[in-house]
Ligand binder design. Sequence first.
Ligand code: GLC
Length: 743
Amino acid sequence: MTKVQIAALAPVLLGFGALSSARPLSAAEARPVYLDPSAPLETRVDDLLGRMTQEEKLSLVHADSKFTTAAIPRLGIPRRWMSDGPHGVREDVGPDTWNVAGHTDDFSTCMPVLIGLAATWNTESASAYGNVIGEEARKRGKDIMLGPGVNIQRTPLGGRTSEFLGEDPFLASRMAVNYIRAVQSHGVASCVKHFAANNQETQRGSIDVEMDERTLREIYLPVFRAAVQEGGAWAVMGAYNKLRGQFCCENDYLINRVLKGEWGFQGLVMSDWGGTHDTREAVFNGLDLEMGTDPLPRAGAQRGPLAADASQSVYDRYFLAGPYRDGLKTGEFPLATLDEKVRRNLRVMIATHVFDGREAGSLNTAAHQEAARHVAEEGIVLLKNDGHALPLTADRLGSIAVIGENAVRLQAHGGDSAKIKALYEVSPLEGILRRVGATANITYSPGYRKNGGADLIDKAVAAAKAADVAIVIGGLIHERPFDCEGADRKDLSLPWGQAELIRRVVAANSRTIVVIVSGSPVEMGGWLDRVPAVVQAWYGGTEGGNALAGILFGDVNPSGKLPCTYPKIIEDTPATAVGEYPGRNGTVHYAEGLLVGYRWFDAKQIEPLFPFGHGLSYTKFDYSGLRLVAGSDPNGPPVTVEFEITNTGDRAGAEVAQLYLHQEKPSLPRPPKELRGFRKVTLNPGERKTVSIALDRHAFAFYDPARAGWVAEADDFTFQIGSSSRDIRLQGAFRLGETTVER
Ligand code: GLC
């Protein structure tokens, strides 16, 4: 136990000593049950709850600064710290404002953005990622990390597309579960967010989302259910928006009925910052912790360990503070409502060992930086590679023209709540210089600038003409109005004249590689057919530039796959096509229903620019020997899908084999195919491996509102095994013998 813990507990231990008889208490008698790590969790919670005054209870259900709740020294409860964000531990702000605190010990490892993690399609990388978050959170003294963000990508224009895990609930669920388990393995609670249907930034604080029950259950809730039931997430953050007329942070159906009722969630529900709107709604509809409500701090407001007179604190204006106290006094709010909220807060505290001594954690270590680099490398997607334009052979290159402001732009500090004060960040240009600067003549030309500039293209074209190879590094920026919370993108275009730049550069030098650094899809129509190779590099974090160089020069064989569809034009995307984005008169109807992402493109037979699951390699893979092995155990998986993958190329590489399911005659409409499994397989040249994916009954099921459950129907099903959702290599049929309903 650290000195801090002992100091915090001293009053408790001494206090109990003072309260007891004159004779010295034995250690067992002196230590109350809630401090006993060997006691069952609920016993500890009950014991502690029973010792708390009403004011102490109230202090735990609302903030007492931007990112904390008050300490309760009498009981040895320390101040509780929350921190953003999904990509690393955010720099300290406040305590009562968004202004940075100006600390010097809050540099952290900036991991690649979460869409880049999703693009790895590697659940082990999700675990490695979560371990970094958990260890750095511990070192920075954080109790709850506000991530991962898991909202499904309904439109590629979404401002937070980079912060989430793509368009498919199955892929997002698999990645989120491992991320959460890893974070929490370090005694830090993971707060999965934003529950639910926060799929646009436009009017995010008020938009009312309307959707049918199947769409909610099959598309927008599954990641949260997996996060809670499989990942064991200890916290959930409500979304800013409304769902079906009620704010999500105070939503009876979402929180009480589904999350806590159906799914049995035992942790705490916190609001998004400023997402609480009404005391009565918050009290009765399941909000357990109010954060970020924004009464301006009153001069002289007290804060920190229970203010002498809580009503003097500006935080007493919170909905779950003074007004809650008043309602408890009049009897409008039963004390049981407060006890239930406090119980959940205490459960998370005790489950994350707040009293038991915690691991020290670690910060900015070489191991974390290596993990960041590995995830960045593994998430980079090779979109196009005609004529083996890539990888570049460093020792055969005399000169390289690196073009584009994104070659030198650092992105970690962007993204608002997802921002990181990175200890360092390797830019793409720096990565290239480190990799080949000693052997090749590298020139840099901005080509375009966020703030414009004259004759930038002419200079870039001249540089390209003079070089053996041109690498254009363009894309977006991790700021509004591009990839950042608080605003959606206006269109899919590459801003600041990049399309014209690329066209003129490739006209000057046919050996032009385009690298898109962004957190979301961009249009490529005006230049794609002229360029031999295109790479999608996400905001790669602290090691992003080194990861990109590794891919470009062949040290690393790209293995990323798109976690979202790249459309040719925005009109091809469902939310825009149905005319229900960003909504009207404060309401948005998800009229496309289940047909999100590739489901839409398949159902409408629209050719995407690049399909969901697409990603090339520097080697080739062959698929063969599909076998559908029926399950023998009536309670086990009905079928196991087996096949072989062979590396038929001349270098090692990793392939993501994807399994899609199609039901022949469903009693309710279903998308043409749905992702139901994937495996990432690493193979040496000539090596063959067997892939085996067991499918449980849930994999066959769709949600039927009439039966309030998941129905796996007796019917014929087709399995499609592919290297992407549009590159199907094997296909097989399977008959499911009986219909079952899972509640
Ligand atoms: C923000 C975000 C949320 C973040 C919170 C605290 O507005 O919506 O993701 O964790 O506020 O910064």
